[in-house]
Ligand binder design. Structure first.
Ligand code: GLN
Length: 248
């Protein structure tokens, strides 16, 4: 049985927006294809994991307070995490985690939370707590040469600047900043995005992209064709949401 190893960072701290659901979707879509998803967790006080041994490293969203609580611990692993990224481990980073992989996150109190500097963007929170990017969001992204709508929900005060390669073009909602043209950050082995939902439950193509990437990285000489799953329900839900947010 094929296996994919996933490391879930700070599940006890970056858990505010239900992003754990992304792991449940990955697990389901792997098991339907007879692929075993092995899930390890890491948080403050745990033994240091071998980051490079993982196929996927996942971290979700959280409040400024929790982001500053975990910051010192995260920074201890800066070089190993960077090396894992450079070696091809896939990173799925949602909101607060997205912010912490950049240069820094300036929180709503004006405090600077240093980032891992894996990517060059930086984030500054809107100082007025009542002003946040909150609501449904739809972007257009390109996967495996195919354009697809990405549907989710955003809830962030952080405004992210200097994004070299966005994940999607905003069709509805805010994005990296208030009324931004673009959202998230994307490269072959990273999806960093503000989209909660959870992201993968509303966007099965993104989940399959990650699974396929991991299998291709393990078997570079093989052409990986994922068994097609019955996404009738997911597509019905997507159509309903797209009709609601993107009036043709
Ligand atoms: N605390 C960060 C912000 O407000 C991240 C929020 C989140 O993870 N949804 O921007």
């Amino acid at each position: 049985m094929q296996e994919i190893k996933l490391l879930y960072l700070y599940p006890d701290l970056l858990e505010l927006y239900g992003d754990f659901g992304n792991i449940q979707v990955l697990k389901y879509r792997c098991e339907q294809r007879n692929i075993k998803l092995i899930i390890d967790e890491y948080s403050i006080g745990d033994d240091t994991p071998d980051f490079e041994s993982y196929d996927i490293i996942f971290a979700g969203g959280g409040a400024d307070n929790e982001q500053s609580i975990l910051s010192d611990d995260l920074m201890k692993h800066k070089e190993s995490i960077k090396k894992a990224f450079e070696n091809g481990t896939f990173f799925l980073l949602i909101c607060g985690a997205y912010q912490l992989f950049g240069k820094y996150y300036k929180g709503v109190e004006g405090n600077i939370i240093p980032g891992l500097e894996v990517f060059d963007y930086y984030t500054v929170s809107e100082p007025d707590r009542t002003k946040r990017c909150i609501g449904n969001i739809v972007t257009k992204a390109c996967f495996d040469g195919e354009e697809t709508e990405i549907i989710g929900f955003e809830n962030h005060g952080g405004q992210t600047f200097d994004v070299e390669k966005p994940f999607g073009k905003v069709l509805f909602g805010n994005g990296n900043k208030f009324q931004d043209e673009y959202e998230g950050y994307f490269k072959e082995n990273v999806i960093a995005t503000y989209l909660h939902g959870p992201l993968l439950s509303k966007n099965p193509k993104v989940a399959d992209y990650i699974i396929k990437y991991c299998l291709e990285r393990k078997e570079p000489s093989e052409e990986i064709k994922l068994k097609k799953l019955d996404d009738t329900f997911e597509e019905k839900c997507r159509k309903q949401l797209l009709d609601r947010f993107i009036k043709k």
